[in-house]
Design a protein around this ligand. Structure first.
Ligand SMILES: [Zn+2]
Length: 89
């Protein structure tokens, strides 16, 4: 008996919509030296489907850029996130 092999390819697309809020805004990233959307580590975790802990680990490793607001809120540079594959780990 000869086996017949069928290969199915599924292509998916994701659309991410970031709404402006008081915690998300566009500003100059001092590391990129260009304007970038700054988002909370929690939002970054949701966008990438990873844990917030992983985002903070990447921050500590200086793999993604961040700024700290006057109130002590940490905001992550979306530009640096997009240029890095942080989905590992
Ligand atoms: Zn940056």
């Amino acid at each position: 008996m000869r086996l017949k092999r069928t290969e199915i390819t599924v292509e998916t697309r994701n659309l991410i919509i970031l709404r402006k809020s008081s915690k998300t805004f566009k500003t100059l990233c001092p590391h990129c030296v260009s304007e970038s959307m700054m988002i909370t580590p929690e939002t970054a975790a949701i966008v990438y489907g990873i844990s917030t802990r992983t985002v903070y680990s990447r921050l500590e490793e200086d793999l993604i850029h961040f700024i700290e607001t006057e109130r002590g809120t940490v905001l992550v540079c979306l530009h640096s996130l997009l240029s890095l594959d942080i989905s590992n780990n």
